[in-house]
Write a protein that binds this ligand. Structure first.
Ligand code: HEM
Length: 412
């Protein structure tokens, strides 16, 4: 990352709190599954499943992606998030709103729905508005800024549809149109999560994994393809399209994964072996989900678990560990007096910790997907998920603590 980008970056504790919270929600997702067992995986529609989906989608992925945006906007968009002072407050409001949303989904409580909607909707709207200002003002590569902007717009659409669904679920308004859940899910998973990973990945893959940058024409074709796919899904709320056509909507997972495999294989300077391994494992799950979705009769719970519970989490957990090394180094530079030598950025995060975390996540992911087919494994999968996220959180904490240890050493 360039010196300019660091100069514009927020205090490292700000993105750090998003990353740590993300992993804590991941561990809670494991606890939830260990508690409820197969009920959380047998059908899309049980309250236990909806809670598990949002523990992953908003708790783990949401926090990780909002935190990464705070850190990467100066690098990827050439402009920091304006009013960075409010971001800690947005973090607290978002997570409190999420806790209330989960309680509402679990109990269908009418009373909790309104505060959940205000806190969650308000914090996401504020964050999205700030990110869009940064993208418009920015001087970064146009196609990357467009990609981030589109992802943020998809997040706003997801949140608005989510609030309408919540109102329908808790009896505040008429039942939602059939198919609206699919539109909400597609905007959230394909538009926001995949869209943002692809846009930011175009910058971080060369920077952190030593690959070539994806060609601009390919990035544009991807953006147009994702937009068209979302339009088709939105136009199909009435269920006019044949199921076979809707299955093809999973193409972004397979194409994203294939592109990462090709870029990694042709990388001129391979860097950060463990990050590359996290991405290979995550992309293998996404590729499998994309291919399975095209298969007639493939269960949506299996493909959804591969995407939301395994593939995307592996990408963001790998990134969270890599970014933590950078954040700790920035904190060290800020805390330790000038002239005192600090360790290199690549030496701060224990590689053994990353390797153990990857191993635990791959086992937990395998058990989670198996549990969608062999329900008796659900509680074991939940317990293994708790272990994997706890190990990642512990590794993150050990690295971050180094900045305080070095400060004490330098001043003592
Ligand atoms: C303000 C934020 C959000 C709210 C209030 C919200 C609310 C909801 C509600 C109420 C449902 C259940 C609909 C029903 O069956 O009655 C739902 C389903 C779903 N949501 Fe969200 N959501 C939000 C954000 C997101 C995000 C960001 C994602 C993805 C990244 C997401 C992914 C999904 C998925 C995949 C489903 C379908 C669950 C399934 O098929 O089992 N949601 N959401």
């Amino acid at each position: 990352m360039s010196g300019l980008a660091f100069a514009q970056a927020p205090p490292p504790s700000v993105p750090m709190r998003f990353l740590a919270t993300a992993l804590a929600w991941g561990a809670l997702a494991g606890c939830w599954l260990a508690w409820h067992g197969d009920v959380a995986l047998l059908s899309r529609w049980t309250p236990a499943t909806l809670v598990l989906v949002h523990l992953f989608a908003l708790g783990l992925l949401g926090n990780a992606m909002l935190g990464s945006l705070v850190q990467f906007l100066p690098v990827a968009a050439g402009s920091p998030l304006p009013c960075a002072r409010v971001v800690p407050c947005v973090h607290a409001t978002f997570n409190l709103g999420l806790a209330l949303l989960l309680a509402t989904l679990a109990t269908s409580s009418h009373a909790l729905a309104a505060p959940a909607a205000v806190l969650l909707g308000g914090s996401l709207a504020l964050f999205a508005a700030l990110a869009l200002v940064a993208v418009v003002r920015g001087s970064g590569v146009r196609v990357v800024r467009d990609g981030i902007g589109l992802a943020v717009l998809a997040l706003m659409a997801t949140a608005m549809l989510g609030l309408v669904l919540l109102a329908a679920r808790t009896g505040w308004r008429m039942p939602a149109a059939a198919g609206m859940v699919d539109v909400h899910a597609a905007f959230g998973v394909i538009g926001w999560t995949m869209g943002l990973l692809a846009a930011v990945g175009a910058v971080t893959l060369p920077m952190l994994q030593g690959t070539r940058a994806p060609p601009v024409a390919a990035a544009r074709a991807w953006q147009i393809g994702v937009l068209l796919t979302l339009c088709v899904i939105a136009a199909d709320t009435a269920g006019a399209l044949p199921v076979e056509a809707m299955r093809l909507a999973a193409w972004p997972f397979a194409v994203f994964a294939a592109a990462v495999f090709v870029l990694q294989a042709r990388a001129p300077h391979r860097r950060n072996a463990m990050l590359r391994a996290f991405w290979r494992a995550g992309c293998a799950a996404l590729l499998l989900a994309g291919v399975l979705s095209a298969w007639p009769g493939a269960a949506v719970v299996v493909t959804g678990t591969l995407v939301l519970g395994v593939g995307l989490p592996l990408l963001v957990v790998g990134m969270a560990m890599e970014i933590t090394g950078f954040l700790t180094w920035i904190a060290l530079r800020q805390r330790v007096p000038r002239g005192v030598r600090v360790p290199g950025v690549g030496t701060l995060f224990d590689e053994g910790g990353k390797r153990r975390a990857l191993f635990a996540h791959v086992i937990a992911g395998g058990l989670l997907v198996s549990a969608t087919l062999v329900p008796v494994l659900a509680r074991i999968a939940g317990g293994t998920l708790v272990l994997a996220y706890a190990m990642s959180l512990h590794a993150l904490w050990r690295c971050w603590r180094l900045s305080a240890t070095w400060q004490a050493r330098a001043s003592g």
